[in-house]
Structures are given as structure tokens and as C-alpha cells.
Write a protein that binds this ligand. Structure first.
Ligand code: FAD
Length: 386
């Protein structure tokens, strides 16, 4: 089943060719071992795909969000999981947009070659969850350093990254005019930090997603690692969310096509009651319905990319693309699992693995409810509920 034809055939072919070296058996084994797809991520880095959004002057390929989203889509469509490396794509956007020239020159070229990985972003906290402005991790300036104390949860890829972007409060909530003020972002060098004020505790979870609890106990960060202006960190994080949401929408679309590609041949071949199960409309309709929804989500994803690449506001489209795509891939996953019958539960079919992987995106990086709330309040102008 082919997605609506687009003009990115060459790019798609190139990413597919790389992904073909990492077949289903590879991803299945990594999942079973709860490992990290080092070889796959290395190959993507060496081929330059993870530096797609880094401008050429800093050693990247200077492509747009549209192309970046196609790279992520193709990884998921091939049976892989971009969750192992998508942080690299959007985290460095924060550095690019808000970092000083010196920070950009120091880090971006080395991120582009893969010498340094900026895969992690530490925002979520156990006690405050989605209510980010209430976060309790503090960073207090002391001379030429900031001293960080607090705790984060669900912070991904920390064990496979040299750098992490950290959001912490630099001015107490009681002392700011607006609750979104007084937070700052820092570039944390994980090689210096872990064991010197930062502790990492992995969280076993439903997906093979390297994610962790993090504890800060007087972690010292050089003041020069502050990104942008002190106190404006929340705004900087928000600036990066449209790219993140659009890329994750593309990943869900890749998953959605993977499920369709997997289930359609199966229902055509599997014979029960003397006929292919795919001859029953009870089987056909859920598959057709999810295919329609994937195609529709795909249009919204390209619209979000188009606006983003034209430097136009795209918050509504990025959020709606993420909502539609996460829902469509989940519907496709459900149909795919259901119509594989018992075989859908067998690891060797890969359906249950992809089913678990795509389910994450209705919760992270933002829950579906919070997108509905954003559209209700910011697009439709309904009263603020929280
Ligand atoms: C595998 C994984 C990887 C992650 N990686 C990262 C990472 O790298 N960095 C990072 O900072 N975070 C990460 N997260 C955290 C993720 O962004 C949060 O889990 C997510 O934003 C939801 O926050 P929460 O878990 O605190 O849920 P809560 O805020 O407790 O919300 C729970 C549920 O309540 C509902 N809800 C909450 N508030 C409202 C409301 N006002 N109206 C209606 N419904 C509401 C929603 O359905 C929501 O799903 C990751 C999470 C997972 C599971």
C-alpha cells in the first residue's frame, strides 16, 4: 500500500535502502534483549540522516522539517522505531534557535558527525506531570556555575547520549509575574554530570524505550551552558514542540502504513470457513477505515511541515497532525493485531511489538487530551480550563 505519491521518492528510497540492512529480525532481537539499536543509529548518523535539520554551515545537510519527517516515517515504516533516535532531530533545534553562536559552533558540527549525541531532554517531573510550569527542579546561580537540585522522570536516551537539555526553575514561582517565566534551559554534559550530582535510574517499561528517573543533588553546571536568556526557558521549549509533534506524527504515519502493509496480504491469504478472511466486510472495514485515517493524517502532517518550513505559525496543524496520526496508527495497530488472530501475539510476526510502540504516542510526548484542550482553548477560543 503506497502513501499518496509525493516528490520525495529519492529521499524515501535512500532511507529505505539503509533500513533494509536492518530487517525485522534485527529490531525483534533488540526488543527481546531490551537493547539499544546502536548499529542502526550509527548507520543513520554516518549517512547524515540524523543531522538533516542542522544547517550546512554547522556540518549538517540543512534540510527542512518535511524531509526530516520523511526520514522518521521511513524508519518506522521499515519496521524500526525512531524513538531510539528522534530526540536528536528536535533537541538540537533548541540549541540552533536559542544557543549563542559560540555554543552552536562548539556543539552542532560534532553532533552532525555523531561524535556527540544530543538525544535527551529533561522536562517531565514525577509530582507535577503535564503541569510543567510547577516543576520543582531548581538551578541556583553561584558564581560561574548553576547548582541543580530536584528530580525528573521518563527522561529518554540518557544512557545513549552525551548531552541533555534540562529545564529547571531559576526564579521561584512565587516571585514571577507569569507562571511560565523564571525557568531556564541548560545544556548538561552527561559525561561530567553522571556520578557528580546526577544519578540515573532506568525504568523498565512496556516498550523497549530507554527511559529513566533522574535525581539531581547539587549538580554543578557551568554558567556558560545556559541556553539563551535566564528565565525564558519555558518559551524556548515550547518553540521546539511544533517540530517534535510533527516528526512524531510522521512516525505514527510510518507505523500506520506498516500495519496496513502487514495486515492486507495476511487477510488475503488466511483462509477460514473456506474463504480468505479478508473477504468478510467485518474484516475489510476496520482496515479500510484506518487506511483512510492514515491518509488524512498524512495530509495534515505535510501541511504542518509546509508551514513550519515557510516559518509560518503551525501550532494548530502540528498538534492536529500528531492527534490524527497517533489515533490512526493505533486504529491500524488494533486491526492488524485483531486480524492476525492468535498469531498477532507471537513475537515473530512483529505485530505486538509495533502495537506496543505506537500506543505510546497517545500519551507522550503530550497526551491526546492535552491536544484537545489546546485546540479547544487556543484555536476555538473556549474558556481556559486549567
Ligand atoms: C516512554 C516514555 C518516554 C518519555 N520520554 C520523555 C523525555 O525524554 N523527556 C521528558 O521530559 N518526558 C518524557 N516522557 C514523559 C511524557 O511527556 C509524559 O508522560 C506525558 O507528557 C504525560 O505526563 P504524565 O505522565 O505526568 O501524565 P499526567 O500529567 O499525570 O497526566 C495523566 C493523564 O491525565 C490526563 N490529563 C492530565 N491533565 C489533564 C487535563 N487538564 N485535562 C484532561 N486530561 C488531563 C491525560 O490523559 C494524561 O495522559 C516520556 C514518557 C514515556 C511514557
Amino acid at each position: 500500500m503506497q502513501a499518496a505519491t509525493d516528490e520525495y521518492g529519492e529521499l524515501r528510497e535512500a532511507v529505505r535502502a539503509l533500513c533494509a540492512d536492518f530487517p525485522a529480525e534485527y529490531h525483534r532481537k533488540i526488543d527481546a534483549e531490551r537493547g539499544y539499536p546502536e548499529a542502526f543509529v550509527d548507520a543513520l548518523t554516518k549517512a547524515g540522516w540524523l543531522a538533516a535539520l542542522i544547517p550546512e554551515e554547522y556540518g549538517g545537510s540543512g534540510l527542512g522539517l518535511t524531509e526530516a519527517s520523511i526520514i522518521m516515517e521511513e524508519i518506522n515504516r521499515s519496521g524500526g522505531n525512531s524513538g531510539a533516535c528522534h530526540g536528536q532531530m528536535y533537541n538540537m533545534g533548541t540549541l540552533l534557535r536559542h544557543g549563542s553562536e559560540e555554543q552552536k559552533r562548539r556543539y552542532l558540527p560534532r553532533i552532525a558527525t555523531g561524535e556527540l549525541r544530543l538525544q535527551s531532554m529533561g522536562v517531565t517531573e514525577p509530582t507535577t506531570g503535564t503541569d510543567t510550569t510547577k516543576l520543582r527542579t531548581t538551578a541556583v546561580r553561584q558564581g560561574d556555575r548553576y547548582v541543580v537540585n530536584g528530580q525528573k522522570v521518563w527522561i529518554s536516551r540518557v544512557q545513549h547520549s552525551e548531552l541533555m537539555i534540562l529545564l529547571a526553575r531559576t526564579t521561584p514561582l512565587a516571585e514571577v509575574k507569569k507562571k511560565s517565566e523564571g525557568m531556564s534551559i541548560f545544556l548538561v554534559d552527561l559525561r561530567d554530570a553522571i556520578g557528580n550530582g546526577m544519578t540515573v535510574r532506568p525504568i523498565d517499561n512496556m516498550v523497549n524505550h530507554e527511559t529513566n528517573e533522574i535525581f539531581f543533588d547539587n549538580l554543578e553546571i557551568p554558567a556558560e551552558n545556559l541556553i539563551g536568556e535566564e528565565g525564558r526557558g519555558f518559551r524556548y521549549i515550547l518553540d521546539g514542540l511544533n517540530a517534535e509533534r510533527t516528526l512524531i506524527a510522521a512516525e505514527c504515519i510510518g507505523d500506520g502504513y506498516w500495519f496496513i502493509d502487514k495486515v492486507v496480504p495476511y487477510v488475503k491469504e488466511r483462509v477460514v470457513f473456506g474463504r480468505p478472511i479478508g473477504q468478510n466486510q467485518g474484516v475489510q472495514f476496520p482496515i479500510a477505515e484506518s487506511y483512510i485515517e492514515i491518509e488524512a493524517a498524512n495530509l495534515m502532517r505535510f501541511e504542518a511541515c509546509r508551514l513550519f518550513d515557510a516559518n509560518q505559525p503551525c501550532g494548530a496543524q502540528a498538534n492536529m497532525a500528531k492527534y490524527l496520526a497517533a489515533k490512526a496508527s493505533w486504529e491500524a495497530a488494533n486491526a492488524c493485531l485483531q486480524f492476525h488472530g492468535g498469531y498477532g501475539f507471537a513475537h515473530e510476526y512483529d505485530v505486538e511489538r509495533k502495537f506496543r510502540e505506537t500506543r505510546l504516542y497517545q500519551v507522550a510526548p503530550i497526551s491526546t487530551n492535552l491536544i484537545l484542550s489546546y485546540v479547544a482553548e487556543h484555536i476555538l477560543g473556549m474558556p481556559r480550563s486549567f
